[in-house]
Ligand binder design. Sequence first.
Ligand code: PHE
Length: 463
Amino acid sequence: MSNRGSFSNKLGFILAAAGSAVGLGNIWSFPFEVGAGGGAAFLMVYLFFCFILCFPVMVTEIAIGRKTQLNPAGAYEALGFKKWRILGILGIISGVVILSFYNVVAGWAFGYFIELLSGHFEIGSQFSTFIKDVFKVGLYAMVFMFVTAFIVSKGVSGGIERASKILMPTLITMILGLVFYSLTLDHAFEGIKFYLVPDFSELTLSVMGNAMGQAFFSLSLGMGALITYGSYVGKNDNIVTSAAFITLADVGIAFIAGLMMFPMVAYLTNGTMEGAGQGAGLIFTVLPGAFESLGPLLGVVIGSLFFLLLSFAALTSTVSLLEVPVAYIVDEKGIKRRRAVWIMATIIFVLGIPSLLSNGYSGFFTSFITYVGAENATSFMDFAQNVANDTFLPLGGCLISIFAAYAWKTQNLNAEIALGYPNYMGSFIQKYLNFAVTILCPLVLGTMFLLTLLQTFFGVTLF
Ligand code: PHE
């Protein structure tokens, strides 16, 4: 266990876990998923999933991690359930898949920092050419993976913690500043209306499925990232309040990213909101124009700083994504931490190459699949994102709840939570968490999973 290290204190854990949660999921994919999902209707479902269903899964993951002090696969086994290892492995695979495409998008963000630093605001309208340039983007992505691996190889408290402490508050301040700016733009009100006034006719099964997947992805849940981070938490820490803080911070930041984006989209489209549903390019096409309107000097400063901080936010997430398979091979295969890090980073970078090629460079990967029912998923990258975020993560969350309730048993879960929370037993939150893991999460997440499978593979659409 000497290879593992631990967080120096409670705040260190919370900041690192919040760093894992807050990333491209909040600032890149949340706004484009809202845009594609028709606006406020998506937001409502998203909030429901985050607070009602994901929060109990988060508490459970952290509790399992702290109890066993192990990686996801080892954790289930250590609790006495060897067969459940497979759930840990599923999570580790999800993490590897996510990091493979996530790193490419992180490369875009980092590339935009460089472009805007040189005052190249036209990059917004040249986004599709930019992502097609696989050598440039590949280099940025490689740098990104290298920095991620370097931080992870430094160990938990040295690298992950120190990075989270300074950068997150700066990013939040910056987004808030941009919210105020975007609210002053013409047509801002139309953008806000799109974002906050729901039109429930937009609510289809695939919108709900995307909202569910986005909630899990953004909160870093369903794959064991928080089992791994939970394994570094002290026994006296209160898991429930930590999870509440992480959830609120994550949802809060996604929410303000939406407040920043939609007035800008409204401004650029004269209030029509056309293009809000364009998908993965949303922030990359919209933001440079908005920065340009701040004037040449301020535009360069704010624009490049924004993408630099976005890259840092992505970095605290890639670090946690890499940490999962690394902890697994350190614990289970007895490989030295440093070696494990570089092996996994190389493998995952290579696995990301199809995603890199799938944005116009290779015809094969660009129109990889016409994935029935998931209308946006045609490129390999969209496909990987769909399978990992919308299918694997919620399935993982469903199975983690089932594991806690029916294999490990709620009394053991409760005993672990109560260690750092003296009044937990008998409280309302205890009753709710137990109800959620035994009934609500398995039922809702399981049903959603089955419906999505039916729709995706058999073309059966119930609503
Ligand atoms: N939550 C991260 C984000 O929003 C991504 C992530 C997913 C990180 C799963 C770890 C595990 O960007």
